[in-house]
Design a protein around this ligand. Sequence first.
Ligand SMILES: [Zn+2]
Length: 286
Amino acid sequence: MQLNQSQDEPRYYLFDNFSGFPGLVHGIFTRDGGTSDLNFRSLNVALSVGDDKENVYLNRNIVSRSMGIDQTHAIYLNQVHGKELLVLKEHMMPGLVNDVPNENMLKSDISKENISEQGGMVLRQHLLKKDADGIITNVKGILTVIQVADCQAVILYDPVKQVVANIHSGWRGSLLNIVGRGVDIMVEAFGSDPFHILAAIAPSLGPCCAEFKNYRDEIPEQFWKYKTGQYHFDFWQISCDQLTEKGLLLKNIEVSKICTPCTSHIFYSYRKENITGRFAVAAGLI
Ligand SMILES: [Zn+2]
């Protein structure tokens, strides 16, 4: 992972794994370069954490602009710590993805962005109301953004079939093998060969800080082999194993190995700060 060369704000990180692929844009944003203040300083992209919504919209625009994709084509899911993943294919544009949200969801999720966006984005309006932890797509010109503060954002990219997945894998998602499910969907829905899939794991909770004092109740015994101390677990290794078990080559998996609580001056950390923002991990095909 390296800082991008541009001097423009905000600066963001790039995974080494994805360099040299002009069909993919991506960025790991920090907490710098945005408009929010206090606990949310400054590039918070999450609406649900108590930050001023106007600032969040401005921050989201900053992220989209940096990626060269219009804000109306950016997808922010309602992340739910589950294992549901959305599939978005070319022929679905501009139709619906999966089921139509029910009326209550429609009412509760109407946002300023929905109101201001223009035609052709029916699809996105439905996606915005969709609770899910990741999106897998071969549609060009859409920016998928995962919002994290300690949870893993995992990007999967198949340069042969031109498919990208952006997945939120918190510790609950890890236990449900959501990244493995993501690979399955790439294979089943897009014909990807795991041999070709490149993966990258963004800054997140490292083994130094992943303390689970109640692990006997919270973490199934099959994962206890990932204990690195009395109460500490290595969730980076869990993700690596889940990906290689699905056929990815270890050399094709990049782990940033940056622990967010240890670097909370750069990245948001829920464990360290409790009331805080979420940084953006963005990926899209162009
Ligand atoms: Zn740490």
